[in-house]
Write a protein that binds this ligand. Structure first.
Ligand SMILES: Cc1cc2nc3c(=O)[nH]c(=O)nc-3n(C[C@H](O)[C@H](O)[C@H](O)COP(=O)(O)O)c2cc1C
Length: 267
């Protein structure tokens, strides 16, 4: 059998290894070529059935960045980014296409035996959300490749009512991921990522005390000097994230987004 020449993996793997979130940007403009490369790469991400169940909102206006920096849990660095992309999970465009192609017309329903319009469910969401997030992460890697740093903004799912108005989001959409971009102010070392209890062989394996102790030891070692006592990082996450006001707002707001996702279609 002919030997397949091994691809040169090093540059791509190095890029993935070196990436870290950028929250401080140099005052350097992003070029049209950089923007085009990032957007093109996003469109090359895998997509369930190639249905492209997402839309990318390209944000360059300062007033929009300013407003998002407040609505996304008051994070001032968002306003200092040169560019933001919001990855919207989007089934609205398919509902519109179905309508446009006559799928909801009585004649079509009678001919095909397909029931008339239905709303979007969690199954639709499961695949569309993956489309959106994969496109976002592909944009992250492409940005690194063209010299741009990026940072996800999970808080884009907060304040559904105001974000929905600001971005003009219709029924059957949800802004799941946001990225901010810019030339990094300076290189920073990669953030440590704990890996204990991450990969499980063949079946899910719930952690026992020994595994949890290993997880805690790894995290405490990585996040020293912040973690001064055993388990300090777990307690920090509990108080600063799990029981935080922003997480309560995210949970409230996501209820709104799910209601918007599955809003009944008006015939
Ligand atoms: C879904 C998601 C949401 C995030 N939201 C925020 C955010 O709102 N603000 C922020 O500063 N960083 C945010 N981050 C960045 C993470 O804090 C960062 O990825 C993590 O600390 C690991 O560091 P690294 O990206 O430098 O490897 C988010 C990352 C992800 C994946």
């Amino acid at each position: 059998m002919a030997e397949i020449a091994a691809a040169a993996p090093a540059p791509m793997l190095d890029l993935i290894d070196r990436r870290s979130s950028t929250r401080k940007f140099a005052d350097v403009a992003i070029t049209d070529e950089q923007r085009a490369a990032v957007l093109h790469a996003a469109t090359r991400a895998p997509s369930a059935g190639a249905m492209m169940m997402y839309s990318i909102i390209d944000i360059q206006r300062q007033e929009t960045l300013d407003r998002l920096s407040v609505l996304c849990d008051n994070q001032p660095f968002i306003a200092k980014a040169k560019w933001a992309l919001v990855f919207v999970v989007d089934y609205c465009k398919w509902i519109d296409l179905f309508e446009h192609a006559g799928c909801f017309a009585d004649e079509f329903v009678q001919k095909t035996g397909r029931s008339a319009r239905r709303t979007c469910g969690l199954g639709d969401f499961a695949i569309a959300a993956q489309d959106a997030v994969i496109a976002a992460q592909t944009a992250v890697i492409a940005a690194e490749a063209v010299g741009l740093g990026s940072c996800y903004i999970g808080d884009i799912v907060e304040n559904a009512e105001e974000v929905g108005k600001l971005l003009g989001l219709p029924a059957h959409t949800m802004p799941l991921s946001m990225l901010v971009f810019g030339v990094p102010h300076k290189e920073r070392p990669a953030t440590p990522h704990p890996v204990e209890n991450l990969v499980m062989s063949e079946r899910y394996r719930r952690a026992d005390a020994a595994i949890m102790d290993a997880q805690i030891a790894e995290m405490d070692a990585m996040f020293r000097p912040h973690a001064t006592e055993a388990g300090a990082r777990v307690v920090d996450i509990y108080t600063r994230k799990h029981t935080s006001d922003f997480m309560a707002e995210m949970n409230r707001s996501m209820e709104q987004w799910f209601a918007n996702w599955s809003a009944e279609e008006k015939a």
